[in-house]
Design a protein around this ligand. Structure first.
Ligand SMILES: Cc1cc2nc3c(=O)[nH]c(=O)nc-3n(C[C@H](O)[C@H](O)[C@H](O)COP(=O)(O)OP(=O)(O)OC[C@H]3O[C@@H](n4cnc5c(N)ncnc54)[C@H](O)[C@@H]3O)c2cc1C
Length: 499
């Protein structure tokens, strides 16, 4: 009989990357305990219910589901026994102030045809752009996404060497907007592709054109909706973790990472210290250092990088159904540069913001009472920089959103709002410990931003690791899945899919 005790691992936070890390560590034979400050798992990937409406509170666009499925496969399970999803078609509906309405169909070919019909661009140009971003994604993925950027040996592989050799093609030295204007003349098409900067909380007028690879994931590879909403991803992962023997401690905020002679030896929560062989923090890295490692030497350069944008979301129960809307809808601002100037420089809310409106009840009727819709009405916003007028700005934004949507929909929506929840930067920080309420950690506006994200390990404290949207490779569900993989593979050898 093997009596050797299992090695132990503490995971701080049950966000998507924390859950994925716990599952991977359990597969590597560790006894894993997840400490979560909230009463539920998921972090930003959570849900709320009120007045018969269900809302996904954070992520709403699901891409690269294979990265989530991989967690089930390495565990010898069928992902479809835990959660399922369907491809979307169409994916988006874009509404412009001049009345243009573009439907983003699933097939790149059909999408290009639609853009060509509604704008002055031609179909071949759109398709060439989409092929180009696919090529760049394949060139960059190994360097920036699948491996630690902070281990020299990773620069010695053939694929990474190929990416570095072609670095010039990645357009790190011009902005997304400049590159998009080089490809397209029609400002509506430039705006459509500039929008993807917001997927990691950046400004298309500053962020490097390398980020123009983002639409590849959604337009070329497709977007999906999990059955039961985005929260079913969290529910599935918690169930899988439990099946693998992971222990969850909810409503247990970690207060300190315990250090002894340059090593992480455990955590302190509820005043009690508990020993672990290794510690993985899924808490935002800035706040990990600030709150859990107050005496440790801080990587100042990394932590002082500008933060990403945040968001204001009004979750509205709407007692009406709008036929012209789909699952994902965008109502563009008429002045995109001014909107980003407000978010990143003035740190205020612009009076004509681009609105993202997500309605899961278009697919899942159970998410709203009959004849009604659950509106997730979001705008990008500055992170909390200590502005003293948040309440005023949020109240004004609410008015602006009601006016803009009423104008587009030719219906006064104010009397249709029967219940409301709100997330805004201060609340996002309070609920998820995201520093300054920034949704995506550091912004990627700097061309070296990818290299300035914190590594997945501590270079000065042994047995301490980091995963999640605030560290390498960055935010979003797919990148959090990769973050967990990189982090846990640094601790113990990779586990292959079973069966
Ligand atoms: C409004 C919004 C829209 C978004 N849209 C999308 C989208 O469409 N698609 C997409 O892919 N991504 C989207 N994102 C981004 C995505 O949600 C994040 O990148 C992702 O959730 C980050 O996951 P994480 O694992 O880093 O942890 P988080 O989700 O940040 O969760 C961290 C967890 O750690 C816990 N924690 C923190 N400190 C402690 C402590 N000391 N002790 C115990 N527990 C602690 C927190 O309570 C929380 O549960 C969106 C985010 C928001 C807010």
């Amino acid at each position: 009989m093997n009596t050797r005790a299992k090695q132990t691992c503490a995971v701080i936070g049950a966000g998507p990357a924390g859950l994925a890390s716990a599952i991977r560590m359990a597969n590597k034979g560790y006894q894993v305990t997840v400490f979560e400050a909230n009463a539920h798992a998921g972090g930003k990937l959570s849900q709320s219910e009120t007045n018969g409406y269900r809302f996904d509170m954070g992520p709403s666009v699901f891409t690269m589901p294979s990265f989530v499925d991989e967690l089930y496969r390495i565990s010898g399970k069928n992902p479809r026994d835990y959660y399922d999803y369907q491809p979307l078609d169409p994916v988006y509906r874009y509404f412009y102030e001049d009345g243009t309405h573009i439907v983003a169909y699933k097939s790149p070919e059909r999408f290009a045809e639609e853009v060509a019909t509604k704008t002055t661009e031609n179909k071949d140009k759109i398709l060439a752009y989409l092929q180009d971003v696919a090529y760049k994604y394949n060139l960059t993925a190994d360097i920036f996404l699948h491996n630690s950027l902070h281990k020299v040996k990773n620069y010695l592989t053939k694929r990474v060497a190929r990416g570095l050799w072609n670095f010039g093609k990645l357009e790190a030295f011009r902005t997304m907007d400049t590159a998009n204007k080089h490809h397209f003349k029609d400002p509506r098409v430039v705006q459509l592709f500039n929008r993807y900067a917001t997927y990691n909380g950046s400004n298309p007028y500053e962020a490097p054109a390398t980020l123009n690879v983002i639409p590849h994931l959604e337009i070329n590879l497709g977007a999906y909706l999990p059955h039961g909403g985005m929260y079913s991803i969290t529910k599935g992962l918690v169930r899988l973790a439990e099946d693998l023997g992971v222990e969850f401690r909810f409503e247990t905020k970690v207060e300190e990472i315990v250090l002894q002679q340059g090593r992480a030896t455990g955590i302190r929560a509820k005043g009690e210290t508990e020993a672990f062989d290794c510690v993985i923090s899924n808490m935002d890295v800035y706040n990990t250092y600030k709150h859990l490692l107050p005496k440790a030497k801080k990587p100042q350069r990394t932590l002082s990088q500008p933060k990403s944008s945040s968001a204001i979301i009004f979750y509205w129960g709407i007692k009406h159904s709008f036929e012209q809307l789909g699952l994902h809808n965008i109502f563009f601002s008429d002045n995109y540069p001014a909107e980003f100037d407000h978010i990143f420089h003035k740190k205020q809310l612009y009076n004509d913001p681009t609105i993202y409106l997500n309605i899961t009840s278009k697919y899942a009727k159970e998410d709203a009472p009959e004849g009604c819709e659950n509106w997730f009405t979001m705008i990008n916003a500055p992170h909390n920089d200590g502005q003293d007028n948040w309440d005023e700005m949020i109240a004004q934004t609410r008015e602006n959103l009601i006016a803009k949507l009423s104008r587009h929909l030719k219906t006064d929506i104010r009397p249709l709002i029967e219940c409301e929840l709100i997330w805004e930067p201060r609340k996002i920080e309070a609920l998820t410990s995201s520093a300054f309420g920034a949704i995506y950690g550091n912004s990627s506006n700097n061309k070296f931003a990818a290299f300035l994200r914190h590594a997945n390990f501590s270079s000065s404290i042994k047995n301490l690791y980091f995963c999640g949207g605030s560290v390498h490779p960055g935010p979003s569900i797919p990148l959090c899945m990769l973050s967990a993989k990189i982090t846990t593979d640094l601790i113990a050898p990779a586990v292959a899919a079973k069966g």
